[in-house]
Design a protein around this ligand. Structure first.
Ligand code: AMP
Length: 437
């Protein structure tokens, strides 16, 4: 059998690749208004970055990462030799750790500087079991703001995310924004102990995974989809009842700013998100149509300790990532029409082979003038050239035959109105330019 794309990956064929470009352009346009600029970090990083950055106990580290090995190191591993820790590389499972690493490495937020507002777009890799809306390679667009802890940073990022979804065509009615605060290093440890005790008290009704989590990261039990666990967690202590004064105020300020901007949200005290590094504000956007259980189309939060964890100075941070493929599924379910990849302004058709060289020259002159222009390269009949022009969606067809050529002209046909006109060859690029550019 012919070789196929690996499980959990997808080819973006031309129409969709074009939409991915449009998706990124829209994000860049919206995010730029909020001061975000592009950053591009490597797809591979030292494994240590993610193990540190994400926390050893999380699923991402325990089972969801792809290791990246050079051929040489693969040989070493197979022969039982050690691989130096610097050479232990992983494909990035998420964007935040790499961006924060880059911010620290290049000192992008010197003391007293304005916050660094960075955005990225590209593939992430997770060795998960593929299902609808869950792939092993998927594309995210994300932002990270480093160097400010004001609630206005959280609020503007959330507003910006919701504006992006609307701008790209996701109907507001098919999304729900969930928000919560996860507290800080002052108030969360005590709360975590409370949840741990609660889990231990209800051990009989919980699944094995949740009980393992109880030891290392009890808050993850809120994420368990099993009915029994979900029922137990309904009665668990809620973080919002255990925030310290500073965190309570920060959270209240974020909500006030969202209210002021008219952004609808639901407070969800069970929203904990997968990664350990989050502090204070966390949020997730869920879609109601087009997705099954994988209904989160984006999410993020504050991570005021992460820069220190990767070896930098204390630098507060906040970010989010949104998943392109899941947004596509929602857009499809909403019946949003995607643009066609192929645009063709002009098709130059030859009446016979004697005019091919002139046709080739005309095509070239039009392209040089910025016109999207095509001709036949397979010796098709005139009729079949018109069929091809139709298929390409050509707006005009220039017919070139010995008669036209004798006048140094072509017949220019408007494929919409079927009107025809004789146009001098040297005037065609300008005429096309006038109409289309
Ligand atoms: P996370 O980094 O897990 O918060 O993911 C952010 C967003 O990326 C999610 O809301 C999804 O839209 C998307 N996403 C995460 N994991 C996957 C996956 N395995 N396949 C497709 N999209 C994903």
């Amino acid at each position: 059998m012919a070789i196929q794309a690996p499980e959990g990956t997808r080819d973006l064929l031309p129409d969709e690749a074009l939409f991915w470009e449009h998706f990124k352009d829209t994000a860049a346009e919206v995010f730029r208004r909020y001061g975000y600029v592009l950053i591009d970090t490597p797809l591979i990083e030292q494994t240590e970055l993610f193990v540190r950055g994400i926390g050893v106990a999380t699923d991402v580290v325990s089972k969801e990462m792809f290791a990246a090995l050079s051929g040489e190191n693969l040989k070493r591993l197979l022969t039982g030799e050690k691989v130096k820790s610097k050479s232990r590389l992983s494909l990035r499972p998420e964007g935040t750790a790499g961006v924060v690493r880059a911010v620290v490495e290049h000192n992008l937020v010197p003391q007293g500087a304005a916050p660094a507002k960075l955005m990225y777009a590209g593939p992430m890799f997770r060795a998960e079991r593929p299902q609808k809306g869950r792939q092993r390679q998927f594309s995210q667009i994300g932002v990270e703001c480093l160097g400010a802890e004001a609630p206005s940073i959280d609020a503007e990022a959330i507003i910006m995310l919701m504006r992006f979804y609307e701008e790209v065509g996701i109907p507001a009615a098919s999304m729900e924004l969930l928000v919560n605060s996860m507290g800080c290093e002052k108030c969360r440890p005590a709360y975590r102990d409370l949840v741990r005790s609660y889990l231990e008290e209800h051990a009989d009704a919980l699944c094995e995974t949740c009980m393992t989590r109880a030891e290392i990261n009890p808050l993850r039990a809120f994420d368990c989809k099993k009915e029994g666990c979900a029922a137990v967690m309904e009665g668990a202590p809620k973080i919002t009842d255990h925030l310290c004064d500073d965190c309570r105020q920060h959270y209240a300020d974020v909500l006030t700013l969202l209210d002021g901007a008219g952004v609808a949200y639901t407070e969800d005290p069970t929203l904990v998100r997968g990664l350990d590094y989050y502090t204070r504000t966390v949020f997730e956007v869920q879609a109601s149509d087009g997705l099954g259980s994988q209904n989160a189309i984006g999410g993020g939060g504050r991570y005021d300790k992460l820069a220190e964890e990767v070896g930098g100075r204390p630098t507060p941070g906040l970010g989010f990532a949104l998943g392109y493929e899941r947004c596509m599924l929602v857009l499809e379910a909403a019946g949003v029409e995607l643009p066609r990849a192929q645009r063709c302004d002009l098709f130059v058709a030859c009446v016979d082979d004697s005019v091919r060289a002139q046709a080739f020259g005309l095509v070239q002159a039009c392209r040089d003038a910025g016109v999207v222009c095509e001709m036949d390269h397979q010796g098709r009949s005139l009729k079949s050239q018109f069929k091809l022009a139709d298929k390409l969606g050509a707006a005009r067809v220039a017919v070139l035959g010995p008669d036209e050529l004798a006048e140094g002209a072509c017949t220019l046909r408007d494929m919409g109105t079927h009107e025809e006109a004789r146009v001098k060859l040297e005037d065609v690029p300008e005429e096309m330019h006038r109409v289309f550019l």
